[in-house]
Every structure is written in structure tokens, then in C-alpha cells.
Design a protein. Sequence first.
Length: 172
Amino acid sequence: MHRSITYLLLYLFTVLFQVFLFDNLSVSMYLNPLIYIAFVALLPLDESPLMTLVAALLMGVTMDFAMGTAGLNLIVTLPVAYFRSTLLSLTYRQEDLREGGIPSVERMGMAPFLKYIIFFVLLHHTLFFLLETLSLSHLLHTVARILLSSAVSVLFITITSRFFTSKLDSRV
């Protein structure tokens, strides 16, 4: 029960921050941080693939409704959730993954956690911005958007994970 309430709060936090802060931030056309994926990235390590996909589905539908993107967030969030376990196994030891817990700096260590978040965000942002433009005519522009938005998203997701995991036991 404790974990459900915590993840509900994370869900609400990421949706509200994305909708009311990051979607209204007009710093540059190259910066479009998408931090709502922190909800999927920070799901417990031992979460079943089906529940991860359901959580991604709910987050994608919520963000599509809030951002008015007609399915783009859903189309992008589901494959990222599907490949989450692969990304975790590439960046973290397999025997530690079986122990469960939540992905965090305390649980995984700084380097593996950052590597996981960077791969996760790069995969999400690459799919998002390529599907958003649906053209390779401005490829350098799209690559710049992917890299700059990913860098800012990784920073804010790391900060979010520090706040989110500070009160939790790393093995929860």
C-alpha cells in the first residue's frame, strides 16, 4: 500500500510539472524537456512487464489528453516501457536486478543509474521528436532538439528521483 501511494504521488507530480511548467517553458525551440517519463523509469525493478506497460499506457494517454498530441505520447511511451527491462539489464548487474527495489542512485550507484536514465531518455526523445517531425529534411535540427531536450530531461529526472527516493528504502 505504501508503494502505491508513493507512485500515485510521483504520477501526479510528473504530470502536473510537465503540463504546468515544462510545456509552458519557452526558452528555446530546441528545449522541450519531457520529464513525465520519470514515472515509468522509476517503477520498481521487479515490476512485471505487463504492469509496466499498463503504467506507460496510462501515462501516455494522460499526457496526450493534457498536451493535445493525439496519441504521440502513447505511441512513444509504450515501446520505451517495453524495452525498459533490456535497458536495465544493459546498465545494471543481473543478480542485483532480481533483488528488486527502486531504480535510484543509492540502489544502483551513480554511474549505472545515470547510464540507465540517459539511455531511457534518449530512446524516448528520439522516438518522440522523429515522430513529431515525420521528416528527415531537417535532420540536424531534430538531432539538436533530441540532444538538448534529453540533457535537460536527464537533469530534471535525476533531481526528481533524488526527491522521490529520499524517503523510501532503496529495497522497497
